[in-house]
Design a protein around this ligand. Structure first.
Ligand SMILES: [Zn+2]
Length: 213
């Protein structure tokens, strides 16, 4: 049952761990099976070496329908995103080190400086801290997820989504690369060279074409 989707979920879980984007039992991933059915990684498991038997299937209210492991409480943040954005097919919550180095402070570099960051990073913002797993946290994710695809979470990490898990993973990678490059530039005292209005318009058009495909 849902073998391909389970393979995809385990594949991106492993990739996140291999790239040191998650650590310990941190992070969680989910994908949409249909409008009322979601597959997700279990709580208190490393993202390294998961297999289909480890995964959990829930309905849109978070009721567990399949799986011996317990579902993560942070799944409700994923469900808030799916509820708000019907086109979304995959969500990844992670703790990428360079992104976290900004998210653990008071600001995050939000101005895109490459074509990839215009296309995949959107308007990155830092959501003020709320206790993970609290209703305030889920309400915040629900309201801030409208019209965007990534959110940095203060003193917590990153959450990214897309039409499938591949898009959510690309966004996670691009935000982390952007934060890493920003950190290197700051440490060199380099002056960022911003896109002109015309260049931004061209790249935004490109992004809109990509997202429609
Ligand atoms: Zn978390």
């Amino acid at each position: 049952m849902f073998y391909d989707q389970a393979f995809t979920l385990c594949y991106y879980s492993e990739l996140l761990w291999q790239k040191s984007i998650v650590e310990g039992n941190g992070g969680n991933l989910s994908l949409k099976l249909d409008n009322n059915l979601f597959m997700t990684t279990p709580t208190l498991h490393s993202k390294n070496g998961l297999n289909e038997k480890d995964l959990v299937i829930v309905d849109s209210l978070g009721n567990q329908l399949y799986g011996d492991n317990r579902v993560t409480s942070e799944l409700f943040a994923h469900l808030a995103i799916y509820k708000n954005n019907p086109d979304v097919g995959g969500v990844i919550h992670s703790h990428p080190p360079y992104t976290c180095s900004y998210a653990f402070s008071t600001s995050i570099p939000s101005v895109p400086l490459s074509a990839e960051s215009v296309i995949w990073m959107e308007d990155l913002i830092l959501a003020p801290y709320n206790m993970p797993g609290s209703q305030e946290f889920f309400d915040q994710i629900e309201s801030l997820s409208r019209g965007r695809y990534v959110l940095a979470l203060q003193n917590h990490g990153l959450i990214a989504w897309g039409k499938d898990l591949k898009e959510a993973f690309w966004r996670t990678e691009v935000v982390e690369a952007h934060c890493k490059i920003s950190h290197i530039m700051e440490s060199r005292g380099a002056t960022p060279r911003h896109f002109t209005y015309k260049q931004m318009t061209q790249l935004s058009d490109l992004r809109n074409r990509f997202l429609k495909e």
